[in-house]
Design a protein around this ligand. Structure first.
Ligand SMILES: Nc1ncnc2c1ncn2[C@@H]1O[C@H](COP(=O)(O)OP(=O)(O)OP(=O)(O)O)[C@@H](O)[C@H]1O
Ligand SMILES: [Mg+2]
Length: 474
Protein backbone atom coordinates (compact mmCIF):
# COMPACT_ATOMS: atom_id res chain seq x y z
CA UNK A 1 0.00 0.00 0.00
CA UNK A 2 2.87 2.34 0.81
CA UNK A 3 4.28 1.85 -2.67
CA UNK A 4 0.92 2.47 -4.33
CA UNK A 5 0.34 5.70 -2.38
CA UNK A 6 3.89 6.86 -3.02
CA UNK A 7 3.43 6.27 -6.74
CA UNK A 8 0.25 8.34 -6.79
CA UNK A 9 1.86 11.18 -4.89
CA UNK A 10 4.92 11.15 -7.16
CA UNK A 11 2.69 11.38 -10.18
CA UNK A 12 1.10 14.41 -8.54
CA UNK A 13 4.55 15.99 -8.46
CA UNK A 14 5.53 15.40 -4.84
CA UNK A 15 8.97 14.17 -3.81
CA UNK A 16 8.48 11.15 -1.57
CA UNK A 17 10.68 9.57 1.08
CA UNK A 18 9.53 6.13 2.19
CA UNK A 19 10.08 4.37 5.48
CA UNK A 20 9.05 0.86 6.46
CA UNK A 21 8.81 1.45 10.20
CA UNK A 22 8.81 4.12 12.87
CA UNK A 23 12.55 4.01 13.58
CA UNK A 24 13.51 4.54 9.98
CA UNK A 25 10.74 7.14 9.60
CA UNK A 26 12.29 9.23 12.37
CA UNK A 27 15.70 8.90 10.76
CA UNK A 28 14.34 9.99 7.38
CA UNK A 29 12.54 12.87 9.04
CA UNK A 30 15.83 14.16 10.44
CA UNK A 31 17.70 14.04 7.19
CA UNK A 32 15.07 15.46 4.87
CA UNK A 33 13.18 18.69 4.68
CA UNK A 34 9.70 17.26 5.06
CA UNK A 35 6.44 19.16 4.39
CA UNK A 36 4.00 16.44 5.38
CA UNK A 37 4.00 13.03 7.03
CA UNK A 38 1.62 10.26 6.06
CA UNK A 39 1.70 7.32 8.43
CA UNK A 40 -0.14 4.12 9.18
CA UNK A 41 -0.95 3.40 12.81
CA UNK A 42 0.23 -0.19 12.96
CA UNK A 43 3.75 -1.02 11.89
CA UNK A 44 5.22 -4.45 11.28
CA UNK A 45 7.95 -5.93 13.51
CA UNK A 46 8.23 -2.86 15.62
CA UNK A 47 7.73 -1.73 19.17
CA UNK A 48 6.91 1.73 17.95
CA UNK A 49 3.83 2.57 15.94
CA UNK A 50 2.33 5.43 13.99
CA UNK A 51 1.46 7.26 17.20
CA UNK A 52 5.14 7.38 18.05
CA UNK A 53 5.92 8.87 14.64
CA UNK A 54 3.14 11.40 15.19
CA UNK A 55 4.40 12.39 18.65
CA UNK A 56 7.90 12.73 17.31
CA UNK A 57 6.92 15.02 14.43
CA UNK A 58 4.52 17.17 16.46
CA UNK A 59 7.04 17.42 19.30
CA UNK A 60 9.65 18.86 16.98
CA UNK A 61 7.57 21.82 15.82
CA UNK A 62 9.28 25.03 16.91
CA UNK A 63 7.20 26.73 19.54
CA UNK A 64 4.59 29.08 18.17
CA UNK A 65 4.81 27.60 14.70
CA UNK A 66 2.30 25.20 13.25
CA UNK A 67 3.68 21.66 13.22
CA UNK A 68 4.30 19.73 10.05
CA UNK A 69 0.94 18.13 9.25
CA UNK A 70 0.63 14.41 9.95
CA UNK A 71 -2.06 12.42 8.17
CA UNK A 72 -2.84 9.11 9.84
CA UNK A 73 -4.20 6.08 8.01
CA UNK A 74 -6.67 4.12 10.09
CA UNK A 75 -8.37 0.79 9.62
CA UNK A 76 -11.40 -0.85 11.19
CA UNK A 77 -10.85 -1.66 14.83
CA UNK A 78 -8.37 1.10 15.51
CA UNK A 79 -10.94 3.70 16.50
CA UNK A 80 -9.45 4.30 19.95
CA UNK A 81 -5.99 4.83 18.59
CA UNK A 82 -7.37 7.04 15.86
CA UNK A 83 -9.04 9.27 18.45
CA UNK A 84 -5.81 9.37 20.37
CA UNK A 85 -3.99 10.36 17.19
CA UNK A 86 -6.31 13.33 16.75
CA UNK A 87 -5.81 14.39 20.34
CA UNK A 88 -2.06 14.18 19.86
CA UNK A 89 -2.23 16.68 17.06
CA UNK A 90 -2.73 14.64 13.89
CA UNK A 91 -3.89 16.89 11.05
CA UNK A 92 -6.51 14.37 9.97
CA UNK A 93 -7.41 10.72 9.66
CA UNK A 94 -7.76 8.80 6.42
CA UNK A 95 -9.61 5.53 6.60
CA UNK A 96 -8.41 2.42 4.83
CA UNK A 97 -8.90 1.21 2.22
CA UNK A 98 -8.20 4.72 1.10
CA UNK A 99 -9.78 6.61 -1.68
CA UNK A 100 -6.85 8.00 -3.65
CA UNK A 101 -8.66 11.17 -4.68
CA UNK A 102 -9.54 11.95 -1.09
CA UNK A 103 -6.01 11.26 0.03
CA UNK A 104 -4.55 13.58 -2.60
CA UNK A 105 -6.97 16.34 -1.65
CA UNK A 106 -6.09 15.96 2.01
CA UNK A 107 -2.40 16.13 1.21
CA UNK A 108 -2.81 19.23 -0.97
CA UNK A 109 -4.95 20.97 1.66
CA UNK A 110 -2.67 20.16 4.56
CA UNK A 111 0.40 21.47 2.77
CA UNK A 112 -1.32 24.59 1.52
CA UNK A 113 -2.78 25.44 4.91
CA UNK A 114 0.56 25.19 6.62
CA UNK A 115 2.23 27.34 3.99
CA UNK A 116 -0.39 30.00 4.50
CA UNK A 117 -0.01 29.91 8.24
CA UNK A 118 3.78 30.02 8.11
CA UNK A 119 3.91 33.15 6.03
CA UNK A 120 2.73 35.39 8.82
CA UNK A 121 4.48 33.46 11.56
CA UNK A 122 8.02 33.45 10.26
CA UNK A 123 8.64 37.14 10.57
CA UNK A 124 8.24 38.52 14.10
CA UNK A 125 8.92 42.05 12.87
CA UNK A 126 6.41 41.72 10.09
CA UNK A 127 4.78 45.00 9.27
CA UNK A 128 1.43 43.38 8.55
CA UNK A 129 0.61 41.53 11.75
CA UNK A 130 1.70 38.70 14.00
CA UNK A 131 0.94 35.05 14.67
CA UNK A 132 -1.00 34.75 11.46
CA UNK A 133 -3.25 37.64 12.49
CA UNK A 134 -3.21 40.62 10.16
CA UNK A 135 -3.48 44.11 11.61
CA UNK A 136 -1.28 46.95 12.76
CA UNK A 137 -3.70 49.40 14.38
CA UNK A 138 -3.11 50.14 18.06
CA UNK A 139 -5.91 47.84 19.10
CA UNK A 140 -4.32 45.00 17.20
CA UNK A 141 -0.89 45.72 18.70
CA UNK A 142 -2.44 45.59 22.16
CA UNK A 143 -4.03 42.30 21.16
CA UNK A 144 -0.66 40.85 20.11
CA UNK A 145 0.84 41.89 23.46
CA UNK A 146 -2.02 40.26 25.33
CA UNK A 147 -1.70 37.05 23.32
CA UNK A 148 2.00 36.86 24.15
CA UNK A 149 1.48 37.65 27.81
CA UNK A 150 -1.31 35.15 28.47
CA UNK A 151 -0.11 32.32 26.25
CA UNK A 152 1.89 30.60 28.95
CA UNK A 153 -0.39 31.15 31.90
CA UNK A 154 -2.95 28.45 32.73
CA UNK A 155 -5.68 31.08 33.11
CA UNK A 156 -8.95 30.72 31.29
CA UNK A 157 -9.40 33.17 28.44
CA UNK A 158 -12.72 34.52 27.22
CA UNK A 159 -12.63 35.90 23.69
CA UNK A 160 -15.59 38.00 22.62
CA UNK A 161 -16.34 39.72 19.38
CA UNK A 162 -18.78 39.78 16.51
CA UNK A 163 -18.92 36.94 14.06
CA UNK A 164 -15.91 36.77 11.76
CA UNK A 165 -13.62 38.99 13.84
CA UNK A 166 -11.00 36.25 14.27
CA UNK A 167 -11.83 34.69 17.63
CA UNK A 168 -10.78 31.23 16.55
CA UNK A 169 -7.61 32.59 15.00
CA UNK A 170 -6.69 34.23 18.30
CA UNK A 171 -7.44 31.06 20.27
CA UNK A 172 -5.12 29.10 17.97
CA UNK A 173 -2.39 31.69 18.30
CA UNK A 174 -2.56 31.53 22.10
CA UNK A 175 -2.36 27.75 22.04
CA UNK A 176 0.46 27.76 19.51
CA UNK A 177 2.55 30.12 21.61
CA UNK A 178 1.93 28.28 24.86
CA UNK A 179 3.92 25.49 26.40
CA UNK A 180 0.98 23.29 25.46
CA UNK A 181 1.54 23.64 21.74
CA UNK A 182 2.99 20.14 21.42
CA UNK A 183 -0.37 18.80 22.52
CA UNK A 184 -3.67 19.22 20.74
CA UNK A 185 -6.00 22.15 20.62
CA UNK A 186 -9.35 20.38 20.79
CA UNK A 187 -12.37 22.38 19.81
CA UNK A 188 -16.01 21.91 20.52
CA UNK A 189 -18.79 24.11 19.23
CA UNK A 190 -21.49 24.35 21.89
CA UNK A 191 -24.00 25.75 19.40
CA UNK A 192 -23.55 23.02 16.82
CA UNK A 193 -24.08 19.97 19.03
CA UNK A 194 -27.54 18.95 20.25
CA UNK A 195 -27.97 19.47 23.98
CA UNK A 196 -28.32 15.76 24.82
CA UNK A 197 -25.05 14.93 23.09
CA UNK A 198 -23.06 17.89 24.32
CA UNK A 199 -22.54 16.58 27.83
CA UNK A 200 -21.06 13.29 26.67
CA UNK A 201 -19.02 15.06 24.00
CA UNK A 202 -17.51 17.30 26.66
CA UNK A 203 -17.13 14.91 29.55
CA UNK A 204 -17.17 11.53 27.82
CA UNK A 205 -19.33 8.61 28.85
CA UNK A 206 -19.02 5.22 30.50
CA UNK A 207 -19.98 2.00 28.79
CA UNK A 208 -23.75 1.56 28.95
CA UNK A 209 -24.36 5.13 30.13
CA UNK A 210 -27.22 5.42 27.67
CA UNK A 211 -28.71 3.49 24.75
CA UNK A 212 -26.05 3.32 22.11
CA UNK A 213 -23.14 3.79 24.51
CA UNK A 214 -21.72 0.38 23.69
CA UNK A 215 -18.22 1.46 24.59
CA UNK A 216 -16.73 3.93 27.02
CA UNK A 217 -15.59 7.10 25.29
CA UNK A 218 -13.39 9.94 26.49
CA UNK A 219 -14.75 13.46 26.16
CA UNK A 220 -13.08 16.51 24.68
CA UNK A 221 -11.88 17.64 28.11
CA UNK A 222 -9.86 14.46 28.37
CA UNK A 223 -8.62 14.58 24.80
CA UNK A 224 -7.30 18.06 25.53
CA UNK A 225 -5.42 16.92 28.63
CA UNK A 226 -2.08 18.72 28.63
CA UNK A 227 -3.35 20.86 25.78
CA UNK A 228 -6.11 23.39 25.23
CA UNK A 229 -9.87 23.05 24.95
CA UNK A 230 -11.48 25.64 22.71
CA UNK A 231 -15.09 26.12 23.80
CA UNK A 232 -16.70 27.83 20.85
CA UNK A 233 -20.04 29.66 21.38
CA UNK A 234 -19.91 29.04 25.12
CA UNK A 235 -22.96 31.30 25.57
CA UNK A 236 -25.12 28.52 24.14
CA UNK A 237 -24.47 26.15 27.07
CA UNK A 238 -27.64 25.13 28.89
CA UNK A 239 -27.85 25.72 32.69
CA UNK A 240 -27.23 22.11 33.73
CA UNK A 241 -24.04 21.95 31.72
CA UNK A 242 -22.98 25.37 32.96
CA UNK A 243 -22.99 23.96 36.49
CA UNK A 244 -21.03 20.89 35.51
CA UNK A 245 -18.48 22.91 33.56
CA UNK A 246 -18.00 25.35 36.43
CA UNK A 247 -17.33 22.54 38.85
CA UNK A 248 -14.90 20.97 36.42
CA UNK A 249 -13.01 24.24 35.92
CA UNK A 250 -12.74 24.82 39.65
CA UNK A 251 -11.56 21.33 40.51
CA UNK A 252 -9.83 20.27 37.28
CA UNK A 253 -11.67 16.98 37.63
CA UNK A 254 -14.98 15.48 36.64
CA UNK A 255 -16.86 12.24 36.16
CA UNK A 256 -17.86 10.82 32.76
CA UNK A 257 -21.57 10.58 32.00
CA UNK A 258 -22.77 7.40 33.72
CA UNK A 259 -19.32 6.86 35.16
CA UNK A 260 -18.16 6.49 38.74
CA UNK A 261 -14.46 7.30 38.87
CA UNK A 262 -13.12 10.81 39.01
CA UNK A 263 -10.93 11.89 36.12
CA UNK A 264 -8.23 14.50 36.62
CA UNK A 265 -7.17 16.64 33.74
CA UNK A 266 -4.76 19.46 33.12
CA UNK A 267 -6.69 21.22 30.41
CA UNK A 268 -6.54 24.90 29.65
CA UNK A 269 -9.82 26.37 28.51
CA UNK A 270 -10.22 29.15 25.97
CA UNK A 271 -13.86 30.07 25.53
CA UNK A 272 -15.38 32.35 22.98
CA UNK A 273 -18.71 33.88 22.17
CA UNK A 274 -20.22 36.45 19.86
CA UNK A 275 -22.97 37.20 22.39
CA UNK A 276 -22.84 39.78 25.10
CA UNK A 277 -22.47 37.35 28.00
CA UNK A 278 -22.97 40.03 30.62
CA UNK A 279 -26.42 40.70 29.18
CA UNK A 280 -27.10 36.97 29.43
CA UNK A 281 -25.93 37.02 33.04
CA UNK A 282 -28.27 39.91 33.82
CA UNK A 283 -31.13 38.15 32.08
CA UNK A 284 -30.44 35.01 34.09
CA UNK A 285 -29.50 32.94 31.07
CA UNK A 286 -25.87 32.52 31.99
CA UNK A 287 -24.48 31.79 35.44
CA UNK A 288 -22.62 34.69 36.92
CA UNK A 289 -20.09 32.48 38.72
CA UNK A 290 -19.25 30.67 35.50
CA UNK A 291 -18.95 33.98 33.68
CA UNK A 292 -16.31 35.21 36.11
CA UNK A 293 -14.57 31.83 36.09
CA UNK A 294 -14.26 32.00 32.28
CA UNK A 295 -13.53 35.70 32.07
CA UNK A 296 -10.19 35.58 33.93
CA UNK A 297 -8.45 37.03 30.89
CA UNK A 298 -10.96 38.90 28.71
CA UNK A 299 -10.04 39.55 25.10
CA UNK A 300 -12.38 41.73 23.08
CA UNK A 301 -11.93 41.71 19.34
CA UNK A 302 -12.93 44.92 17.58
CA UNK A 303 -15.31 44.78 14.63
CA UNK A 304 -13.57 45.43 11.34
CA UNK A 305 -15.37 48.76 10.80
CA UNK A 306 -13.63 50.07 13.93
CA UNK A 307 -10.22 49.38 12.48
CA UNK A 308 -10.72 50.28 8.85
CA UNK A 309 -7.06 51.39 8.70
CA UNK A 310 -6.17 47.69 8.65
CA UNK A 311 -8.24 47.06 5.54
CA UNK A 312 -5.44 47.76 3.03
CA UNK A 313 -3.20 45.24 4.84
CA UNK A 314 -5.97 42.65 4.87
CA UNK A 315 -6.73 43.28 1.20
CA UNK A 316 -3.09 42.67 0.26
CA UNK A 317 -2.97 39.59 2.44
CA UNK A 318 -6.04 38.07 0.83
CA UNK A 319 -4.84 38.97 -2.67
CA UNK A 320 -1.66 37.01 -2.21
CA UNK A 321 -3.52 34.19 -0.48
CA UNK A 322 -6.07 33.77 -3.25
CA UNK A 323 -3.65 34.41 -6.08
CA UNK A 324 -1.82 31.38 -4.84
CA UNK A 325 -4.91 29.34 -4.13
CA UNK A 326 -6.67 30.11 -7.40
CA UNK A 327 -3.57 30.48 -9.48
CA UNK A 328 -4.32 34.09 -10.42
CA UNK A 329 -2.16 37.16 -10.84
CA UNK A 330 -4.14 40.01 -9.34
CA UNK A 331 -1.78 42.85 -8.48
CA UNK A 332 -3.98 45.09 -6.37
CA UNK A 333 -7.14 47.18 -6.09
CA UNK A 334 -7.69 50.63 -7.53
CA UNK A 335 -8.14 53.59 -5.13
CA UNK A 336 -11.90 53.80 -5.61
CA UNK A 337 -12.43 50.19 -4.69
CA UNK A 338 -10.10 50.53 -1.72
CA UNK A 339 -12.10 53.51 -0.52
CA UNK A 340 -15.34 51.56 -0.96
CA UNK A 341 -13.92 48.67 1.03
CA UNK A 342 -12.70 50.99 3.77
CA UNK A 343 -16.07 52.66 4.08
CA UNK A 344 -18.22 49.56 3.97
CA UNK A 345 -19.36 48.57 7.48
CA UNK A 346 -18.58 44.82 7.14
CA UNK A 347 -21.33 43.17 9.20
CA UNK A 348 -19.58 39.82 8.65
CA UNK A 349 -16.21 41.36 9.52
CA UNK A 350 -13.01 39.77 8.25
CA UNK A 351 -14.70 36.62 7.08
CA UNK A 352 -16.96 38.70 4.85
CA UNK A 353 -14.02 40.71 3.52
CA UNK A 354 -12.13 37.49 2.84
CA UNK A 355 -15.09 36.05 0.93
CA UNK A 356 -15.57 39.19 -1.09
CA UNK A 357 -11.88 39.27 -1.99
CA UNK A 358 -11.88 35.60 -2.95
CA UNK A 359 -14.86 36.08 -5.23
CA UNK A 360 -13.46 39.17 -6.88
CA UNK A 361 -10.14 37.45 -7.48
CA UNK A 362 -11.80 34.30 -8.78
CA UNK A 363 -13.85 36.15 -11.37
CA UNK A 364 -11.45 38.94 -12.26
CA UNK A 365 -10.04 39.12 -15.74
CA UNK A 366 -7.83 42.12 -15.02
CA UNK A 367 -4.83 42.54 -12.77
CA UNK A 368 -6.22 45.57 -10.93
CA UNK A 369 -9.56 45.13 -9.24
CA UNK A 370 -12.11 47.95 -9.38
CA UNK A 371 -15.54 48.72 -7.99
CA UNK A 372 -17.17 46.96 -10.94
CA UNK A 373 -15.70 43.70 -9.64
CA UNK A 374 -17.65 43.94 -6.39
CA UNK A 375 -20.22 41.17 -5.89
CA UNK A 376 -23.69 42.29 -6.98
CA UNK A 377 -25.20 42.45 -3.49
CA UNK A 378 -22.49 44.88 -2.47
CA UNK A 379 -22.70 46.89 -5.67
CA UNK A 380 -26.38 47.36 -4.93
CA UNK A 381 -25.48 49.11 -1.69
CA UNK A 382 -23.29 51.68 -3.45
CA UNK A 383 -24.86 55.08 -3.95
CA UNK A 384 -24.87 56.28 -7.48
CA UNK A 385 -23.14 53.26 -8.90
CA UNK A 386 -23.24 54.62 -12.42
CA UNK A 387 -21.28 57.72 -11.58
CA UNK A 388 -18.76 55.69 -9.62
CA UNK A 389 -18.42 53.40 -12.62
CA UNK A 390 -18.08 56.32 -14.97
CA UNK A 391 -15.48 58.06 -12.91
CA UNK A 392 -13.51 54.85 -12.63
CA UNK A 393 -10.61 55.20 -10.27
CA UNK A 394 -11.71 58.56 -8.98
CA UNK A 395 -11.37 58.66 -5.22
CA UNK A 396 -14.07 60.49 -3.34
CA UNK A 397 -16.88 59.20 -5.47
CA UNK A 398 -17.73 56.31 -3.24
CA UNK A 399 -20.61 56.31 -0.85
CA UNK A 400 -22.69 53.53 0.56
CA UNK A 401 -26.46 53.83 0.83
CA UNK A 402 -27.96 54.32 4.24
CA UNK A 403 -29.41 50.81 4.21
CA UNK A 404 -26.00 49.31 3.52
CA UNK A 405 -24.47 51.28 6.36
CA UNK A 406 -27.27 50.57 8.78
CA UNK A 407 -27.36 46.87 8.09
CA UNK A 408 -23.65 46.85 8.78
CA UNK A 409 -23.47 48.82 11.96
CA UNK A 410 -26.61 47.38 13.48
CA UNK A 411 -25.58 45.53 16.63
CA UNK A 412 -28.73 43.46 16.51
CA UNK A 413 -27.51 40.78 14.15
CA UNK A 414 -29.22 37.77 15.67
CA UNK A 415 -26.53 35.59 17.18
CA UNK A 416 -28.01 32.36 15.94
CA UNK A 417 -27.53 33.10 12.27
CA UNK A 418 -24.62 30.86 11.34
CA UNK A 419 -23.05 33.61 9.32
CA UNK A 420 -19.95 31.61 8.51
CA UNK A 421 -22.03 28.93 6.87
CA UNK A 422 -24.43 31.32 5.26
CA UNK A 423 -21.75 33.35 3.56
CA UNK A 424 -19.87 30.24 2.54
CA UNK A 425 -22.95 28.60 1.10
CA UNK A 426 -24.05 31.70 -0.75
CA UNK A 427 -20.60 32.18 -2.25
CA UNK A 428 -20.26 28.54 -3.14
CA UNK A 429 -23.64 28.55 -4.82
CA UNK A 430 -22.82 31.59 -6.89
CA UNK A 431 -19.49 30.18 -7.97
CA UNK A 432 -21.00 26.82 -8.67
CA UNK A 433 -23.80 28.18 -10.84
CA UNK A 434 -21.45 30.28 -12.89
CA UNK A 435 -18.94 27.51 -13.40
CA UNK A 436 -21.57 24.91 -14.30
CA UNK A 437 -23.23 27.33 -16.71
CA UNK A 438 -19.97 28.06 -18.45
CA UNK A 439 -19.06 24.38 -18.54
CA UNK A 440 -22.38 23.62 -20.19
CA UNK A 441 -21.82 26.36 -22.71
CA UNK A 442 -18.41 25.02 -23.67
CA UNK A 443 -19.56 21.40 -23.70
CA UNK A 444 -17.56 20.70 -20.54
CA UNK A 445 -14.32 21.82 -22.08
CA UNK A 446 -12.24 22.65 -19.01
CA UNK A 447 -9.60 24.66 -20.83
CA UNK A 448 -12.11 26.88 -22.58
CA UNK A 449 -14.21 27.27 -19.45
CA UNK A 450 -11.12 28.32 -17.52
CA UNK A 451 -10.29 30.86 -20.20
CA UNK A 452 -13.75 32.34 -20.16
CA UNK A 453 -13.76 32.66 -16.40
CA UNK A 454 -10.30 34.15 -16.37
CA UNK A 455 -8.96 31.21 -14.39
CA UNK A 456 -6.02 28.96 -14.91
CA UNK A 457 -6.88 25.38 -15.80
CA UNK A 458 -5.54 24.21 -12.48
CA UNK A 459 -7.42 26.92 -10.60
CA UNK A 460 -10.66 25.83 -12.22
CA UNK A 461 -9.99 22.18 -11.49
CA UNK A 462 -9.32 23.00 -7.84
CA UNK A 463 -12.56 24.95 -7.68
CA UNK A 464 -14.48 22.14 -9.36
CA UNK A 465 -13.17 19.66 -6.84
CA UNK A 466 -13.88 21.98 -3.94
CA UNK A 467 -17.44 22.58 -5.13
CA UNK A 468 -17.91 18.96 -6.15
CA UNK A 469 -18.78 19.79 -9.74
CA UNK A 470 -18.96 16.68 -11.88
CA UNK A 471 -20.45 16.12 -15.27
CA UNK A 472 -22.85 13.41 -14.18
CA UNK A 473 -24.20 15.49 -11.34
CA UNK A 474 -24.80 18.42 -13.68
N1 LIG B 1 -6.82 39.54 11.65
C1 LIG B 1 -7.00 38.61 10.72
N2 LIG B 1 -6.07 38.42 9.77
C2 LIG B 1 -6.25 37.49 8.81
N3 LIG B 1 -7.30 36.71 8.69
C3 LIG B 1 -8.26 36.84 9.61
C4 LIG B 1 -8.15 37.79 10.67
N4 LIG B 1 -9.25 37.69 11.43
C5 LIG B 1 -10.01 36.72 10.88
N5 LIG B 1 -9.42 36.22 9.78
C6 LIG B 1 -9.97 35.17 8.90
O1 LIG B 1 -11.37 35.37 8.87
C7 LIG B 1 -12.07 34.14 8.98
C8 LIG B 1 -12.92 34.16 10.21
O2 LIG B 1 -12.13 34.13 11.39
P1 LIG B 1 -12.53 33.27 12.68
O3 LIG B 1 -13.10 31.95 12.27
O4 LIG B 1 -11.39 33.26 13.61
O5 LIG B 1 -13.71 34.20 13.24
P2 LIG B 1 -14.66 34.00 14.48
O6 LIG B 1 -14.59 35.23 15.27
O7 LIG B 1 -14.34 32.72 15.19
O8 LIG B 1 -16.08 33.92 13.78
P3 LIG B 1 -17.46 33.20 14.30
O9 LIG B 1 -17.94 33.97 15.48
O10 LIG B 1 -18.37 33.33 13.13
O11 LIG B 1 -17.09 31.78 14.61
C9 LIG B 1 -11.01 33.06 8.99
O12 LIG B 1 -10.82 32.59 7.68
C10 LIG B 1 -9.78 33.77 9.48
O13 LIG B 1 -8.61 33.16 9.00
MG1 LIG C 1 -15.48 30.97 15.43
Amino acid sequence: MRKVIAAHLRRRGYAIVEAADAVSAKRQFQSHDVDLVLTDLKMPDSEEDGLEVLRYVVGRAPRGLPSIPVLVLTAHGTADKAIEALSQGAYNLISKPCNMEELLTQVDNAIRQREEAMETFVNPNATTGRFGIIGMTDRMKTLFDTIERVADSPSTVLITGESGTGKELVARAIHGLSGRSHRALVDINCAAIPEQLLESELFGHAKGAFTGAVKAKPGKLELADGGTLFLDEVGELKPALQVKLLRCLQEQQFVRVGGTSTIHVDTRVIACTNRNLLDDVRAGRFREDLYYRLNVVPIRLPPLRDRAQDIPLLVDFFISKYNRKLNKAVAGVDPTLLEALERYPWPGNIRELENVMERMILFSESTILGVRHLPTELLAGLKDVESVRAKGADVGAVEWTREAVESGSSPSLPHHIPLKRLVREKTAKLERDLIVRTLNETGWNVTRTAERLGLSRKGLQLKMKELDIRKSGG
